[in-house]
Design a protein around this ligand. Structure first.
Ligand SMILES: Cc1cc2nc3c(=O)[nH]c(=O)nc-3n(C[C@H](O)[C@H](O)[C@H](O)COP(=O)(O)OP(=O)(O)OC[C@H]3O[C@@H](n4cnc5c(N)ncnc54)[C@H](O)[C@@H]3O)c2cc1C
Length: 512
C-alpha cells in the first residue's frame, strides 16, 4: 500500500482525464490532473478564444449511445447544452451536395452524363469486382464503382491522411464504411419515412440536430474542471509530464512534470491514469519497458491538423455547420461556420468566424508556415471555393493540433498489443484511457467511457471492467439511439460505439 495522498495522478485534462478525475472526486478520492497546455483544458475538445471569437478543433458534436455519458454532459452543463440544427454539405467541382448524401439529389447535381457514367461504373464494379481488394481504393471501388470513388471518396480521404488511397488498407475501409452501401443509401432515399415517435426521435437526434455547449466544447471541460476543484481535486495547467516512475516496493507512481519556467515538480499517486499519447508514455515509464515494447510504441504514427480561424464581415454566405471540400484544387479539407454551431461563438452579429481545416504532419510545409501566410492562404482558398470574399476577412488566427489522429496503418494493432501487454506485466496500477492514450480513433464519449471504467476499476480495487473493449465493435454512424447504452452493461463486455465525427472522410463522404 502506498502512502501517497493522491488516489490517482492523471495525465491530460482532455475529456478522458477530466472524466476520470470527476468520477473519482465524486467518490471522495483525491486526484491531481496534470495538463501541459498553459491556458486551456479540453484537449482536442477545447475551444480556443481569439478576441472574443471562439474556435473548435473541428466542430464537436455531442452525441453518445451511452445514456451515462449523455447524462454526465447534462449534469455538468445543464441548460448550457443547446440542441442545435445540423446542416452539412460536400463541395465538389463548384457544386454543393447535401451530406449525408441524398442519392437522387447527387445524381441530378452531377448531370445526366456523369450520373449515367457513375451508374455504369457502379454496375461494372458489381459485376466484375476486384478479387481480394487490398487497398482502400480497391475496397471502395468494389462497393461504389470507380467514378463515385473519385468524386466522393478519393480527394478528401487523401487530404486527411496525406497518402494515396492505394496505400490505405482495405481492412480499414471495411471497418470504417461498414454497413454503408449505395443500394442502402438509395433505399433510404426512396423509403417513406416511418412516422413512429421512436423513428422520428432517431432521425431528429442523429441527423437533424445535435447537442452543443453554448460557448463550444471547451465550456464543458472548463465546467468539469471547476467541479473537480470544488470537490477538492487539483487540475494543474502548464505541467508537461516528462517521467513516470513506478516503485514496486511502495506500489506508488511518481510523476515528474515540467513547468513553463523549466522547473520540475513531482507528484505521487497510488494509480496513474494516462491520456497522453501511448508512444510518449512508453518512453517515459521507469523502470524502462522492454526494447520490443519501445520499438512498437515508436512505430505508432499520428496525423496532425491545423485550423485557420478567420473573422469576416457577415454576408450570410452559408448557414451550414460545416462543408467538406472535396475539390482537389485547394488544400483546405473542411470549413466550419462556428456561428451555426452556436450564435454565442461570435461576440458581434455583424461578423462571423470560420475554421478552415488543413490536415498535415508536424514539421511539414503547412505546419511550419508563418501564421500570417496561413491566414492569407485561408482567405484565398475560401474565396476560391465561393464561401466568402477575401476582402471581408478582418482578422484571423492559427490553431495547431499535434497528434489529432492516431493513424490506423497495417501494423498499428500489433504494435498497440505489444505495448499494452508490456505495460500490463511491467507495472501495476497503470490505466490507459482516451484517444491517443489507447491509440483509438474515438470521439469524446468513448474517451469518457474508457475513463469512467478505469476510475471504477480503481474504486473496485480490481479490473472489473474491460476498458479495451470499449469501442471495439461500435459502428453506428448515423443510426442508433442517443443514450441507449448504459455502462452497467459494460462489465467486462463493454462495447460503446464508434461515433467518429472526425473520420467522416473515411465514411466516404456519405455518412456523418
Ligand atoms: C477534427 C476533429 C473533430 C472531432 N469532432 C468530434 C465530434 O464532433 N464529437 C466528438 O465527440 N469528438 C470529436 N472529436 C474527437 C475528440 O476530440 C476526442 O475524442 C477527445 O478530445 C479525446 O479526448 P482525450 O481526453 O482522450 O484526449 P485529448 O483530447 O487529446 O486530451 C489529452 C490531453 O492530454 C494532454 N497531454 C498530452 N501529453 C501530455 C503530457 N505529457 N503532460 C501533460 N498533459 C499532456 C494534452 O494536452 C490534452 O489536453 C474530433 C477530433 C478531431 C481531431
Amino acid at each position: 500500500m502506498s502512502d501517497c495522498a493522491n488516489k490517482a495522478v492523471i495525465v491530460g485534462a482532455g475529456p478522458a482525464g477530466l472524466t476520470a478525475a470527476y468520477e473519482l472526486s465524486k467518490k471522495g478520492q483525491r486526484v491531481v490532473v496534470l495538463e501541459s497546455d498553459p491556458r486551456y483544458v479540453g484537449g482536442i475538445s477545447r475551444t480556443v478564444e481569439y478576441h472574443g471569437y471562439r474556435f473548435d478543433i473541428g466542430g464537436h458534436r455531442f452525441f453518445s449511445k451511452s445514456r451515462e455519458v449523455e447524462d454526465l454532459w447534462t449534469e455538468i452543463l445543464g441548460a448550457d447544452m443547446l440542441q442545435r440544427p445540423r446542416s452539412s454539405k460536400i463541395f465538389y467541382r463548384g457544386k454543393f451536395y447535401s451530406y449525408p448524401l441524398k442519392p437522387f439529389e447527387a445524381l441530378s447535381q452531377l448531370g445526366v452524363m456523369e450520373s449515367a457514367l457513375c451508374v455504369l461504373s457502379f454496375l461494372k464494379a458489381r459485376l466484375r469486382p476486384l478479387r481480394n481488394p487490398k487497398s482502400f481504393e480497391d475496397w471502395v471501388v468494389n462497393e461504389f464503382g470507380e467514378r463515385l470513388f473519385r468524386i466522393f471518396f478519393k480527394t478528401y480521404t487523401e487530404k486527411v491522411w496525406g497518402m494515396s488511397c492505394k496505400d490505405i488498407s482495405a481492412d480499414w475501409a471495411a471497418q470504417r464504411i461498414k454497413g454503408l452501401t449505395l443500394g442502402g443509401a438509395i433505399r433510404n432515399a426512396l423509403a417513406p419515412k416511418r412516422k413512429s415517435k421512436d423513428r422520428a426521435h432517431v432521425v431528429k437526434t442523429l441527423i437533424d440536430t445535435f447537442r452543443y455547449p453554448r460557448f463550444g466544447p471547451g465550456m464543458m471541460w472548463e465546467a468539469c474542471a471547476e467541479k473537480i476543484r470544488a470537490m477538492g481535486g487539483e487540475v494543474l495547467l502548464g505541467r508537461s509530464v516528462v517521467a513516470c516512475r513506478f516503485d514496486a516496493a511502495s506500489s506508488a507512481w511518481t510523476v515528474t512534470a515540467r513547468t513553463a519556467d523549466v522547473a520540475t515538480v513531482e507528484f505521487c499517486g497510488e494509480h496513474l491514469i494516462s491520456s497522453m499519447p501511448m508512444r510518449q508514455l512508453a518512453a517515459q515509464i521507469e523502470p524502462r519497458l522492454p526494447e520490443s515494447a519501445l520499438r512498437s510504441a515508436n512505430s505508432l504514427r499520428y496525423r496532425d491538423f491545423l485550423t485557420i480561424g478567420l473573422i469576416l464581415r457577415e454576408h450570410n454566405r452559408f448557414k451550414d455547420n460545416w462543408i467538406y471540400i472535396h475539390d482537389p484544387n485547394v488544400k483546405v479539407g473542411r470549413v466550419q461556420n462556428y456561428k451555426s454551431w452556436s450564435p454565442e461563438m461570435v461576440p458581434d452579429a455583424d461578423y462571423c468566424c470560420y475554421g478552415l481545416e488543413y490536415f498535415c504532419f508536424e514539421g511539414d510545409g503547412l505546419w511550419t508556415m508563418q501564421d500570417a501566410d496561413l491566414i492569407a492562404l485561408g482567405a484565398k482558398e475560401l474565396e476560391q471555393v465561393g464561401l466568402g470574399s477575401a476582402a471581408d476577412v478582418v482578422d484571423g488566427c492559427v490553431i495547431r493540433q499535434p497528434k489529432a489522429y492516431p493513424v490506423y496503418d497495417d501494423d498499428y494493432q500489433q504494435h498497440v498489443g505489444v505495448v499494452r501487454r508490456a505495460m500490463a506485466s511491467h507495472c501495476r496500477n497503470l490505466h490507459l484511457v482516451g484517444r491517443n492514450g489507447m491509440h483509438k480513433y474515438n470521439n469524446q464519449d468513448h474517451a469518457m467511457m474508457t475513463a469512467l471504467l478505469a476510475a471504477r476499476n480503481i474504486l473496485a480495487g480490481e479490473n472489473k471492467y474491460d476498458v479495451w473493449s470499449v469501442n471495439e465493435d461500435g459502428e453506428y454512424h448515423e443510426s442508433g439511439h442517443a443514450g441507449e447504452q448504459t455502462a452497467a452493461g459494460a462489465e467486462r463486455t463493454t462495447a460503446t460505439d464508434k461515433n467518429c465525427d472526425d473520420c467522416s472522410s473515411l465514411r466516404a463522404g456519405i455518412s456523418g
